[in-house]
Design a protein around this ligand. Sequence first.
Ligand code: GRF
Length: 256
Amino acid sequence: MRVCVLISGRGSNMESLIRNADGYTIEAVISNKPDAAGLRVADGLGVRCMAEPSLDGIRDMMDGMRPDLVCMAGFMRILPADLTERYRVMNIHPSLLPQYPGLRAVEQALNDGATSSGCTVHFADSGVDTGKIIAQAAVQVAPGDTSDTLAARILEWEHRLYPEAVRWYAARLAAEGGEGPAVRGRDRQMIRTAEPERAASHAAEMGVAYVRRDGDSYMISAEKPTVPPYVAVVPGDGVGLALERVRRLAATDGSA
Ligand code: GRF
């Protein structure tokens, strides 16, 4: 099972996912912050890493990769619904959801006088820390705990829980026939990219594919569009010919 990890910061959960990868492989790490410390950690562990500030750019990267699972690990952006619907996405959060979603979850628990808190791995949708809960670990609040001491104890559990949840999902997929939802849905998949070169390489990779313009983007699909203009790419075209066709399309509809 191929996993892509999204980070924004230090990446300790990402590191734990990489070090404990068993039954899954970390295909790439993408950070929306070019200076995220986690990128250096991933690079040091030999994992392909990329920085991409925009969600559109991240969507393009995912469409190029088509991971079976996307793991948010301290990723500080909300993913748009088209991404959470197209890919299976997990997130880890430092509270026992549905309690204390959002920012400063550990502080929220302490301010609330909670006697225990913990962490949650859940499937992510386009809400803030919402989606089906997969696994939780509870941690007792100790007398004199500050948000730093409690967060540190919760983090130890996060590092165990996240790889376990990903291993569970990998096993579930393998039991179902080894193909993830993103892969299984490939034929119905629609890919959007602003770059003609990417449009051409996606289309060439898909075998039979149709490319049409949609505003500033190209939409690539296995299904024939109902409205022209569009171009078809067929097996054997290769990226070169596909690119010629895509460029021709851009000229036809006057957008290039
Ligand atoms: C973790 O506490 C995680 O639960 C939350 O953000 C923090 C990320 O830490 N979503 P790290 O970057 O994995 O070290």
